[in-house]
Design a protein around this ligand. Structure first.
Ligand SMILES: *Cc1c(COP(=O)(O)O)cnc(C)c1O
Length: 393
């Protein structure tokens, strides 16, 4: 037998973390890494944050899980908090980002069904999108590496180019249910949707009674310097998938919707055994206790400004390797002139963790609690890494 007990779907690297502390991870031999990957935008409070740790410990000892057959004071309270701090009127809790996207797709289809327009089932999505790995979520992306071998996929998706409003408009038919879009693509390469694109999609939805569905699984929950990225576009979605940072490392997600958009989601239409259980709700509340503190978002924006400034000074000194910096808040991408995967691997030898993405972009996704000293250390390690780097031919 050559297959490993852990199904070998990830090309796992040599870093084997066993402990985390603040913005650092430690390997089996005590190796120390500055963690500017954050479990891919998940550990927004860093590792071992006392507020989050205590909330989980206390809740685990009090009540970990009950069925959604029962009333949920914990779920009601956290849903109300999400509603009070967003465009939404109602929330469905999930265990992951892909499930939040699934709920968003179902909610959009059901909206039209409930209005007697069951033929309006098709969502227009965008090139290089990433919405997760369920069959629904891979049906919503045009990326062959995620779809190949899993056909037949779900019908009901059409694919426009990202940031191409006219292209999206051209795909609209009488079957269109709406648009599903990451306002800022993560996996696809930290591509920031333009104001005109995002606002244009909103206008099309208003005009044709379509659902605007945002996937803020990566860009939401304070990552971009506002609680949600959509706030910076001056528009609101009808439905939004949230996850990753929402639990600060506890696996959970949420599908948020307006009352109008959720009109079809009545008793029996959707469910989840674990979704919104008391342990998850305690984790989410703890994360929101911290990120809604005065000054938290300011810190994200300030650290972002300093990182961007430092990177913009750094790039010209290494312009054979790097092209530009892009992104918003602490969701940044360093566009490279060669394979970003190889450089991310090289930086691990310099005790620095980042994440590769599409378009040869290196993602910079630090915990949102970083301080100036972490920015300085990041630039130091990056410089050392760049100085010793031989780009693959
Ligand atoms: C990570 C991600 C997902 C999938 O989340 P999972 O928790 O892995 O299911 C969906 N959409 C976006 C934009 C993501 O970054």
């Amino acid at each position: 037998m050559t297959i490993t007990p852990l199904m070998p779907v990830y090309p796992r690297c040599e870093v084997r973390p066993v402990r985390g502390e603040g913005c650092y991870l430690y390997g089996e031999q005590g190796e120390r890494y500055l963690d500017f990957a954050s479990g891919i935008a998940v550990n927004i409070l860093g590792h071992g944050h006392p507020v989050l740790t205590k909330a989980i410990q206390d809740q685990a000892a009090t009540l970990m899980h009950v069925s959604n057959l029962y009333g949920s004071p914990q779920g009601e309270a956290f849903a109300k908090r999400l509603v009070d701090n967003s465009f939404a009127d109602t929330v469905f809790f999930t265990n992951s980002g892909a499930e939040a996207v699934e709920c968003a797709i179902k909610t959009a289809r059901r909206y039209h069904y409930a209005k007697g327009n069951a033929h309006k089932h098709e969502l227009i999505t965008f090139g290089n999108a990433f919405h997760g790995r369920t069959l629904g979520a891979i049906s919503a992306t045009d990326q062959p590496k995620m779809r190949e071998g899993f056909e037949p996929l779900l019908p009901g998706f059409a694919y426009a180019r990202f940031d191409d409003l006219e292209g999206a408009k051209a795909l609209m038919t009488e079957n269109t249910a709406g648009f599903l879009v990451e306002p800022i693509q993560g996996e696809g390469g930290i591509r920031v949707g333009s104001d005109a694109f995002i606002q244009g999609l909103r206008a099309l939805c208003d005009e044709h009674d379509l659902m605007l569905v945002f996937d803020e699984v990566q860009c939401g929950v304070a990552r971009t310097g506002t609680l949600y990225a959509y706030e910076q576009y001056g528009v609101t979605p009808d439905i939004m998938a949230s996850a990753k940072g929402i639990g600060g490392g506890f696996p959970m997600g949420a599908c948020l919707a307006t009352e109008k958009a959720a009109a079809g989601m009545v008793f029996g239409t959707h469910g989840s055994t674990y979704g919104g259980n008391p342990l998850a709700m305690a984790a989410g509340q703890a994360v929101f206790d911290v990120i809604l503190e005065p000054g938290f978002l300011e810190n994200v924006r300030q650290m972002s400004d300093r990182l961007v400034q430092a990177l913009e000074q750094f790039i010209p000194n290494h312009d054979h390797l790097f092209d530009s910096v892009r992104g918003k808040g602490l969701m940044l991408g360093l566009k490279m002139k060669s394979d970003s995967r190889a450089f991310v691997a090289h930086l691990r030898n310099h005790g620095l963790l980042t994440v590769a993405a599409g378009e040869n972009v290196m993602r910079i996704l630090p915990p949102l609690v970083i301080e100036q000293a972490h920015v300085d250390e990041f630039i130091e390690r990056l410089s050392a890494g760049a100085a010793s780097y031989q780009a693959p031919a």
